[in-house]
Design a protein around this ligand. Structure first.
Ligand code: MSP
Length: 498
């Protein structure tokens, strides 16, 4: 099987998961599920970033040792998978031995290649961003991100990042797909063209990190540590890591693109490892028009959303409402309107009116069709014909268009029901009624196969009612068997009041 590898950033576990974390993880899940249904050996990784000053401080505030603190708080990130029905194959924590081994190995490779030297760092450090800033980058005494900074002056190992500006530009010229979307790629290229400074990659005044091989007075800079998770989860330094690595995609928020598209590929090239195939940076959510923040008290909690609306609904809204890559606004009214219109009215209604009708009036059995008209064929073939377009949408990260395209087919299905009126045919043309209902069952089965990546629970319910066996994309070509029993349909999506 062809390999495919997709990763979320590993999350800082100093706080609870919010909509931002849920968003990246969901996008990766949709893509991973699609690729598996499409016959790929797709590996999906997420995890926790547990070292560094930010975590050390958060643990100190709670009066707990850092290891005990991360053991506890990483659980809420791990449980996001159950909550949102994520199909990650692994959950890596940077405090695990397999990761420590991989990071120390990478460090040694960098050291042996002459890419690391000991010097002294004097400059600003923002704990919130876990990032170094030069004096000229500060804006009114703060980091450009608004984070507080503190002065750091200490002995430090440096990575010769300055040597990698040209090789990175050459690499990106040859691999236009390596940074997406294009606007973000341009930002990164402008940044590299401005010249790169060597990067401090160790801290002496910090204890909570991975010790530098051969000099345990230093711990590694948390970003060098964290970025390596993408390799350690594949078993690096064992050679087997290369199988998935060659098809690697990192999905990240726009705020952490520089770490992924400048530092990370430079570390990798210096260690003789190919950079990731693609880094995709998505936008940020605001909430009801405002920046999301704890002080405003408007943080969207995925647990609350799933409790009130269900995981499918939350997944659908996040994937459908925003063009992936752009910023967007989370508004409860827009959320509920979309659930009512697209899920309850369009998809739910199509399934309910067809399947209940068959259950009540057709002896709960898939009917035997007569001859199909040209119009019937056109309708029934829509889902399978859509697959190549959906593939393109997934490969281009156009996740909202994925849903949009399927909902056009659902619209066609509802129009067909209205036009063919199976309830009217019941009186005088039962053969035609059976043909119409059979066509609709075929359509619903195939639509449900295509909606699995976004709506895993509802799709699975539909496929179970129809007792459709195999559920990967090859099942689009498998016809339903007339005479087969169907289970009693239940409403799939609740309607909500705005
Ligand atoms: N630990 C680092 C990543 C290391 S990866 C080697 C980190 N963690 S984080 O928990 O702070 O952020 C994780 C992700 O959440 C980032 O991709 C960030 O862009 C995303 N988001 C945080 N707030 C967000 C929104 N309001 N909207 C969308 N995504 C947001 O950074």
């Amino acid at each position: 099987m062809k390999p495919f590898y997709i990763t979320t950033p590993i999350y800082y576990v100093n706080d609870k998961p919010h909509i931002g974390h849920a968003y990246t993880s969901l996008a990766c899940d949709v893509i991973a599920r699609f690729k598996r249904l499409d016959g790929f050996d797709a590996k999906f990784l997420t995890g926790a970033d547990e070292h560094g000053q930010k975590i050390e401080k958060a643990a100190a505030v709670k009066g707990i040792a850092p290891q005990a603190f991360v053991d506890e708080v990483s659980q809420s990130f791990r449980s996001l998978s159950d909550l949102l029905d994520l199909t990650n194959d692994d959950f890596i924590r940077t405090t695990e031995p397999r990761h420590v081994t991989a990071v120390q190995h990478l460090w040694k490779r960098l050291f042996e290649s002459g890419s690391i030297y000991l010097g002294e760092y004097a400059g600003w450090y923002a704990v919130r961003d876990e990032a170094f800033y030069q004096e000229d980058e500060l804006v009114e005494g703060k980091a450009p991100t608004g984070a507080e900074v503190e002065w750091v002056k200490e002995s430090s190992y440096f990575f010769k990042l300055s040597a990698w500006a040209e090789p990175l530009l050459e690499y990106y010229a040859k691999h236009p797909e390596a940074i997406q979307p294009e606007s973000r790629r341009n930002e990164v290229l402008r940044f590299i063209e401005g010249g790169l400074r060597d990067l401090s990659i160790s801290r002496r005044t910090l204890k909570w990190g991975i010790p530098v091989p051969g000099d345990p007075d230093h711990v590694m800079y948390v970003w060098l540590d964290a970025l390596t998770n993408y390799l350690s989860a594949l078993g690096y330094p064992d050679d087997g890591y290369q199988f998935h690595w060659q098809q690697s995609i990192h999905v990240v928020g726009k705020d952490i693109l520089r770490f992924h598209a400048v530092y990370w590929p430079a570390f990798l090239m210096a260690a003789g490892i190919t950079p990731p195939k693609t880094v995709f940076a998505h936008g940020w959510w605001t909430v009801e028009g405002e920046k999301m923040s704890k002080s405003l008290g408007n943080v969207v909690d995925p647990v609350e959303m799933v409790d009130s609306f269900g995981s499918d609904a939350f997944r659908y809204f996040l994937m459908r409402d925003l063009s992936f890559g752009q910023d967007g606004d989370f508004s409860k009214t827009a959320f509920i309107n979309r659930l009512n219109t697209d899920l309850a009215n369009a998809y739910g209604n199509l399934c309910q009116r067809v399947l209940s009708f068959i259950y009540k009036n057709g002896e709960a059995t898939i009917p035997t069709p007569g001859e199909l008209t040209a119009e019937d064929h056109a309708l029934v073939n829509l889902p399978a014909q859509l697959l190549p377009t959906l593939r393109t949408h997934i490969d281009n990260f156009h996740l909202n268009r994925y849903a949009e395209a399927i909902w056009q087919v659902i619209g066609e299905g509802n129009r067909y029901v209205d036009a063919q009126k199976p309830w009217a045919l019941k009186k005088d043309d039962s053969l035609r009624m059976n043909t119409v209902l059979y066509n609709l069952c075929s359509l619903i089965k195939n639509v449900a196969i295509l909606t699995q990546p976004i709506l895993p629970l509802a799709s699975s319910k539909i496929l179970t009612i129809l007792q459709a066996g195999n559920k990967d994309f090859s099942a689009l070509e498998v016809a339903l068997s007339p005479g087969q029993k169907i289970d009693e349909p239940q409403p799939l999506f609740a309607k909500h009041v705005v």
